[in-house]
Design a protein. Structure first.
Length: 248
């Protein structure tokens, strides 16, 4: 079997040595080394523990270890709740997700102005960043064809969303130079708005002709063997990698 480079890389990124992983799991260090060098997958219970320790999904670390049917079952369990409209997501859920986030606060939107209704949002994001969280905010490029077309599709005028983006960026400008906070703009066709808070996420799929607040929303919670949360997390990363730091 080929070496498990994904496991090796995940250990390196987390600063965890194979010996430390073995000690954490109470197994022989040689066993942990074999998981890397030979690609031999551990038992299911151990896979789950490793994935949790490294903050990765089992599906990512051992793509062939989980039967497709099992992946689908677990992915379904990642759906905590489906809301008919984003506006129906309870305010206290948004508050809890943001308040409890300690490592990741990611937002992929065109505008996302409704988030500014949370009192002291800027102060809270500064605090999160100061405590080690990575805060990444991706807004639409006001002049890109995708933003202009979305504004037309929603029937609100050619430049309305562009103006809303200006408003949103002006609101978040005080965070521009805060260490740990990154603000970018993207020109992608936005199929979903994504709001990630550590291992939970609100996904707002967009519907042609509907305002984002009127489209459905999914509350997801990441499970080690699941695939759904990871799919949207990877989508965020793909957009983020091509987005440009905003020039104020």
């Amino acid at each position: 079997m080929a070496p498990n480079e994904r496991l090796r890389d995940a250990l390196h990124r987390q600063g965890v040595t194979p010996a430390a992983l073995a000690a954490h799991l109470k197994v022989d260090p040689k066993t942990a080394e074999r998981w890397i060098s030979t690609g031999r997958p551990p038992h299911p219970k151990t896979r789950h523990a490793i994935a949790a320790r490294l903050g990765e999904s089992e599906r990512y670390l051992w793509p062939e270890a989980l039967p497709k049917e099992r992946q689908e079952q677990v992915s379904e369990s990642e759906v905590v709740h489906v809301y008919p409209h984003r506006s129906a997501v309870p305010h206290d859920l948004w508050d809890r997700l943001l308040d409890q986030a300690a490592e990741h606060v990611d937002m992929l939107v065109y505008v996302g102005m409704f988030m500014t209704e949370k009192p002291n949002l800027l102060g809270l994001l500064r605090e999160k960043a100061a405590n080690g969280a990575r805060v990444r905010l991706a807004f639409g490029d006001r002049d890109c064809p995708a933003v202009i077309q979305r504004s037309l599709d929603e029937g609100i005028g050619e430049h309305t969303i562009s103006a809303k983006i200006d408003h949103a960026l002006a609101f978040f400008k005080p965070l521009a130079d805060v260490p740990g906070v990154e603000i970018r703009t993207h020109a992608t066709v936005l199929y979903n708005s994504v709001y990630r808070f550590d291992d939970e996420m609100i996904v707002n799929p967009h519907v042609f002709g509907k305002l984002a607040s009127h489209a459905p929303a999914l509350h997801l919670r990441r499970l080690g063997a699941g695939d759904l949360f990871t799919t949207y997390a990877e989508s965020f990363e793909a957009v983020w990698s091509g987005a440009q730091p905003h020039e104020w």
